[in-house]
Design a protein around this ligand. Structure first.
Ligand code: GAF
Length: 390
């Protein structure tokens, strides 16, 4: 187990002990993700290529006999925030709001699959929230594994991903696709996950940027991102309308010629999805052929398409991408839903300092909060955290 993973597991277990006066039955954790390429393609039945971050959310859990679900979360300062306890049997969409809706939503979905008893959950983690790095799905996936683990239900990860999606869509109210929870549940160390969302076919593709003298630098712009704000849902609805007008099940089935048949207002959305799917396939070809630097132009083209056609970027993301490229990154793009959150820059290791310095300077010139930057390597997916006390 990585040091970071063990640290979060121990923090969650220790806080559990303090709150409940006993050790938890177990600790489960799940990572945030970076999507190398394939943005806003998942709900169009397309292709994505994420990897798991070393940053994780851990959930220390024990069953309860009284049917209540209690949730507490440990802050960075060691303070604990406790949600109002809820009865699992009484959960329904709208009954719980705010951060506690994520674990409650998972319990609500799992109740329909035989997991009906209550539990005490204590959460600790280091996935930055609102940074487009999938903190909400890390939390939901860790809670799902914890509740299933406590109930002794065998894990079917693709199925769990669909359950977590349902919690997010129908309980939390965010109309998100399958990218984030699948990444959190299926990614493995040193690989990107090539997922065909329509078929569910998932392939682990080796990814070692360091072997090519490169790194994937994450730039968290600190501009707040949320999939609940309406912009995400509007893009999704536009794609569904475009597919219906073309008479295809999803934009996955459209080609460049189809885009021209659409009304002007829908053309840019469809153009992005068609081209982005193609870029994922080309990226996988590059990686299979042992390339890495050749990913750069594909990443930048993805950003330009998200900025100009899909229109989900924002000034903070564009400045981060432009500054990184100006300082020698081979390619850069926003990741996740957009409207804030994080960008990635494929950066030669010897240009790391220069890229970071240039991005920070560009932000400082505009009077913006300094972004947080860190290189990310593909890390382990979700699982149970067994650690021993020496
Ligand atoms: C968010 C969503 F949760 C994903 O499902 C995906 O659509 C992504 O935005 C955009 O690619 O992270």
């Amino acid at each position: 187990m990585s040091l970071g993973r063990e640290k979060q597991a121990r923090r969650a277990a220790a806080a559990f002990g303090r709150l409940h006066g006993a050790a938890p039955r177990g600790v489960w954790s799940a990572p945030g993700r970076v999507n190398l390429i394939g943005e806003h393609t998942d709900y169009n039945d397309g292709f994505v290529l994420p990897f798991a971050l070393p940053n994780r959310t851990a959930v220390a859990a024990s069953p309860r006999a009284d049917g209540l679900l209690t949730v507490a979360t440990l802050g960075d300062d060691g303070g604990v925030q406790r949600a109002e306890p809820v009865e699992v049997a009484a959960l329904e969409p709208g009954a719980v709001t705010g951060w506690a809706a994520y674990p409650a939503g998972v319990a609500w979905v799992l109740r329909g699959h035989g997991v009906t008893s209550g539990a005490d959950l204590v959460i600790a983690g280091d996935v930055p929230a609102g940074a487009g790095l999938s903190s909400s799905h890390a939390l939901e996936c860790a809670v799902a594994l914890a509740l299933l683990g406590l109930a002794g239900v065998p894990e079917d990860r693709p199925e769990i991903a669909r359950w977590v999606q349902r919690a997010e869509n129908d309980f939390v109210g965010a109309p998100t696709g399958l990218l984030d929870q699948t990444a959190s549940l299926l990614c493995t160390e040193a690989h990107v996950l090539f997922l065909d969302v329509r078929s569910g076919k998932a392939e682990q593709v080796p990814f070692d940027a360091a072997a090519s003298g490169l790194e994937v630098l994450v730039i968290d712009t600190r501009a707040h991102h949320s999939n609940l704000d309406g912009g995400y849902g509007a893009r999704r609805a536009g794609c569904e309308e475009a597919a219906a007008l073309l008479g295809v099940p999803a934009l996955r089935d459209a080609g460049p010629a189809d885009v021209d048949r659409l009304p002007d207002r829908l053309k840019p959305l469809a153009r992005h999805v068609v081209a982005e799917n193609e870029r994922v396939l080309r990226s996988v070809d590059v990686l299979r052929a042992g390339g890495m630097a050749e990913l750069g132009p594909l990443l930048t083209a993805s950003h330009e398409s998200l900025r100009d056609d899909y229109r989900v970027s924002c000034p903070e993301l564009d400045v981060a991408v432009d500054a990184a490229l100006a300082a020698g990154a081979l390619g850069a793009r926003m990741v996740g839903g957009g409207f804030g959150g994080s960008a990635i820059a494929l950066t030669p290791v010897e240009r790391h300092d220069e890229v970071v310095r240039t991005v920070l300077a560009a932000y400082a010139r505009r009077g913006w909060t300094a972004p947080r930057t860190f290189p990310a390597v593909p890390s382990a997916g979700a699982g149970r955290d067994d650690f021993t006390d020496e």
